[in-house]
Design a protein around this ligand. Sequence first.
Ligand SMILES: [Zn+2]
Length: 143
Amino acid sequence: MSEQGETVVADRFPEPRRTLDAEPFWRGIAQGRLLFQRCGGCRTAVWPPRSYCPYCDAPGLSWEESSGTAEIYSFSTVMRPPTPVWNDKAPYTVGLVRLAEGYYLFTEIDEEWQGIAIGQKVEVTFPPRDVPLPIFKYARNEG
Ligand SMILES: [Zn+2]
């Protein structure tokens, strides 16, 4: 709401909120690489980025490159655009994918919504756009 009480409608896509802990992730995305953290103590894959392991409290999180292969854990297709800037995009699908390394990433699943199902194999892509993001599509070697 503005000062006058009018509703302000966003006229462009929202940008991701970048935290200091996630800067290596964003540098990786700019290079077409999907990075995640792994704990030096318990070896668990950690996502989202942070300073300490949420499983064992160890401070030694290091960055690794992900295989980018995953399966769909959950998803939702947005049929009605939330603001006019989404008009050409809808319907679109977002959801959680479970990466081969064991962590979960919230992402867009860029496929025809009618065919998307839990458990399908997907892989990361980095389509060209103003703010690069990891987007998932069906894995080419599914089978
Ligand atoms: Zn740990």
